[in-house]
Write a protein that binds this ligand. Structure first.
Ligand code: TYD
Length: 137
């Protein structure tokens, strides 16, 4: 296949003491195996909405629900797997041609995304039929 496909949950190690917890993530490490060119976050999400519904040709992302919880559905064209992000020490790494949908956002949740590239609409596949066709290439 022409494209990468990799989805992986990663544990981010908190540095905790009696004041609370802190998580530091450095680029080009096991939990973040790429350089970060963009950060964005999704918040104040309308109840019951489903976001995403697209695949990326090349983008790598690390998704972290820094507050509250949400569900990320990842479809590699063969199977669909749902990941619950419900704590800031859990990250979901998505690399390459994976159809993803984000849903079940709890009230007040914040989904932060660290991405390997700047926003580029030409990297998106927003049509599920086109996604399935690309998988055959
Ligand atoms: P959209 O792709 O619909 O978000 P999601 O995948 O979470 O459903 O993006 C919403 C809008 O924000 C759309 O107009 C594109 C814009 N946008 C940027 O300008 N930069 C970005 O990094 C992202 C992710 C989106």
């Amino acid at each position: 296949m022409k494209y990468n496909q990799d989805v992986r949950l990663v544990s981010l190690r908190p540095k905790g003491d009696d004041r609370g917890k802190l998580i530091a993530i450095e680029e080009n490490t096991e939990s973040l195996p790429f350089s970060v060119k963009r950060v964005y976050y999704i918040y104040d999400t309308t109840p019951n909405v489903v976001r995403g519904k697209h695949a990326h040709r090349n983008l790598k992302q690390l998704l972290i629900c820094t507050s509250g919880n949400c569900t990320i559905m990842c479809d590699d064209g063969v199977q669909r797997v749902e990941y619950t992000l419900n704590w800031p020490d859990k990250g979901l790494l998505i690399d390459g041609l994976i159809w993803r949908e984000m849903k079940d956002f709890s009230k007040g949740s914040v989904l932060m995304v660290l991405a390997s590239d700047r926003y580029d609409e030409s990297d998106y596949i927003r049509d599920y039929g086109v996604f399935k066709e690309e998988l055959l290439k």
